[in-house]
Design a protein around this ligand. Structure first.
Ligand code: ACO
Length: 430
C-alpha cells in the first residue's frame, strides 16, 4: 500500500475523509473507500462494478487500452505459443511455471482424479434427454460436494488443493458425459494414457465399436483455445465464484455458481450466440443489414462477439484466435462459409463509426465458435468448452481468496428507491 491519500470533501456538510490509495505492481491505483461511509455518510454507487476493484489479486493482469493479458506475469501470446493448457493451469493455481518433475507430478495427480463417481451417471440419467449440457454440467458440478463432503475442511490447505485438482480433472469427464447422455451414447471412461485435451476428445467422440481416428490438429487447437480461456481476472463468473466463496461455501458450489454466471449470453454464452448469429446472417451479402440492426437500439440486437467491458482497443485473445481459425480450417480441410460471413462482418463493423466511436472490437468469442464447429463440437457445447478451460482460473481465484487476509463476506450496499415506510392496510380495505 502506498502512503498516498485522496481527500473527499462534502462542501454542503464539510464532512471530510482522507482515503488511502491502494496500488499494485501494474495497473491504475484505487481509492480504499472502506471508511468513506463512516466519515462522510456516503456510499459509492457503481452499477456493474465499472470502476470498482473488489480484491487484490496476483493471478491475471489486463491492460484493456493496450490489449495486454498476462497470466502470473507471462504474456498470453507467449503462453499460447509455447505452453499447454495443463501447464497454464499449474501456473494459475501455483503462481509459477512448473519444473519438469513438478509438472509430471501435477499431470499424474490430475490424470488420477479424472474418474467420476459411478453414481453421478445415475444423476445425469435423471435429466430429460434434450437438457442443455450447461444445465447438466452446472448441476453435476454442484453435486460433487455430496460425493466429497469428507474432504471439505476449507481451513486445510491440502483439502483445498485436492478440491482444485478434482475440479480441473473431472470437469472434462462430466462435460463429455453430459454431451453423450444428450445424444444417447454410453459414457466413455477417461483413459489415463492420454494427455488432458486428447483424453477429453476421446471421451466426447470415441464409440465402443471402433477406435477413434483423432486428428492431432484438433487436440492442438482445443488446447490453445483452453489456454486463451483459462482466466480473465475479475470477470462476471470469477467474481461470482469469489462472492459465493466469500461466504465459506464449498468449492464445488462456488464453481457451479461460476458456471451459471458464465452461461449468460453477455459472458461465456456469447460463443454459442455468435455462431447462431452468423448462421442467421447466412451470407456475406447480408452483413450490411446486420450491422445496421446492431446500431439500432430499438432492434434489441447486438453483434455477438463484439465489445468487451475491459478491452477498449483489441482483445489479444481474439487476435490469436483469428489467425488460428484460418490455420485450423485449412489444416482440417474445412471450407466453412460462416468464416466468410465472420470476416465480412468484422471488416464492416471495424469501418463503421458506431463501432469505432464505442471502441467495439471482436472479442475472444467471435472466432472461437467457428473453430469449435470445425472440430465438430456441437453448438450447445461451446459454453461448456469455455467452462472446462475457465475452471483453472476459477479455482486459482478461489484458492487465492482463501489465503487473503482481506477476504470477508461480499455484501454490496444499495440505493433504495422503493416506497418509504407505510402502514399495512387490511386486505378488505385495499
Ligand atoms: N453490438 C452493438 N452495440 C454494442 C455492442 C454490440 N456487441 N456492445 C456494446 N454496444 C454499445 C451499447 O449499446 C452502448 O451504446 P451506447 O453508448 O450508445 O448506449 C455502448 O456500446 C457500450 O455498451 P455497454 O453495454 O455499456 O458496455 P459493457 O461494457 O457494459 O458491455 C459487453 C460489454 C456485455 C461485452 C457488450 O459489449 C456486449 O453485450 N457484447 C455482446 C456480447 C458478447 O460478445 N459478450 C462476450 C464478452 S467476452 C466474454 O465474456 C468472454
Amino acid at each position: 500500500m502506498s502512503e498516498k491519500t485522496v481527500q473527499i470533501v462534502d462542501p454542503a456538510s464539510s464532512a471530510k475523509a482522507e482515503l488511502p490509495v491502494v496500488t499494485g505492481t501494474l495497473g491504475d491505483p484505487a481509492i480504499d473507500i472502506g471508511k468513506l461511509n463512516r466519515e462522510t455518510g456516503y456510499y459509492t454507487f457503481d452499477p456493474g462494478f465499472m470502476a470498482t476493484a473488489s480484491t487484490r489479486s496476483s493471478v491475471t493482469f489486463i491492460d484493456g487500452d493496450k490489449g495486454v493479458l498476462l497470466y502470473r506475469g507471462y504474456p498470453i501470446e507467449q503462453l499460447a505459443k509455447h505452453s499447454s493448457f495443463l501447464e497454464v493451469a499449474y501456473l494459475l493455481i501455483k503462481g509459477e511455471l512448473p519444473k519438469p518433475a513438478e509438472f509430471s507430478a501435477f499431470e499424474h495427480q490430475i490424470t488420477h482424479h479424472t474418474m467420476m463417481h459411478e453414481s453421478l451417471k445415475n444423476f445425469l440419467h435423471g435429466f430429460h434427454h434434450d437438457a442443455h449440457p450447461m444445465a447438466m454440467l452446472c448441476a453435476s458440478i454442484a453435486s460433487l460436494s455430496a460425493f466429497y463432503h469428507d474432504t471439505l475442511d476449507l481451513s486445510d490447505p491440502e483439502q483445498r488443493q485436492l478440491a482444485a485438482i478434482r475440479l480441473i480433472a473431472k470437469m472434462p469427464t462430466i462435460a463429455a458425459a453430459a454431451y453423450r447422455y444428450s445424444i444417447g451414447w454410453p459414457v466413455r471412461y477417461p483413459r489415463n494414457n492420454l494427455e488432458y485435451v486428447t483424453r477429453f476428445l476421446h471421451m466426447m467422440y470415441e464409440v465402443p465399436s471402433e477406435p477413434l481416428d483423432l486428428n492431432p490438429v484438433a487436440a492442438k487447437a482445443l488446447d490453445l483455445l483452453f489456454i486463451l480461456h483459462a482466466d480473465h481476472e475479475q470477470n462476471a463468473s470469477t467474481s461470482t465464484v469469489r462472492l459465493v466463496g466469500s461466504t465459506g461455501a464449498n468449492p464445488y458450489a462456488c464453481v457451479a455458481a461460476g458456471i451459471a454466471a458464465l452461461w449468460g449470453p453477455a459472458h461465456g454464452g456469447a460463443n454459442e450466440a455468435v455462431l447462431k448469429m452468423l448462421e442467421e446472417i447466412g451470407d456475406a451479402k447480408h452483413v450490411g443489414r446486420a450491422v445496421e440492426r446492431a446500431k439500432d437500439k430499438e432492434s434489441g440486437f447486438r453483434l455477438m462477439g463484439f465489445g468487451h467491458r475491459v478491452y477498449k482497443n483489441f482483445d489479444p485473445r481474439a487476435t490469436i484466435i483469428r489467425d488460428m481459425c484460418h490455420k485450423v480450417l485449412a489444416d482440417l480441410h474445412v471450407n466453412d462459409p460462416l468464416l466468410d460471413v465472420a470476416m465480412e462482418l468484422e471488416e464492416a463493423a471495424l469501418k463503421d463509426d458506431y463501432f469505432v466511436e464505442r471502441k467495439l472490437y471482436p472479442n475472444v468469442d467471435f472466432y472461437s465458435g467457428i473453430i469449435y464447429k470445425a472440430l465438430k463440437i456441437p453448438t450447445d457445447m461451446f459454453t461448456v468448452m469455455f467452462a472446462i478451460a475457465r475452471t483453472a482460473g476459477w479455482v486459482a481465484h478461489w484458492l487465492e481468496q482463501h489465503t487473503d487476509a482481506d477476504t470477508r463476506i461480499g455484501r454490496p450496499r444499495q440505493i433504495y428507491c422503493g416506497p418509504v415506510e407505510r402502514d399495512y392496510v387490511d386486505r378488505a380495505r385495499r
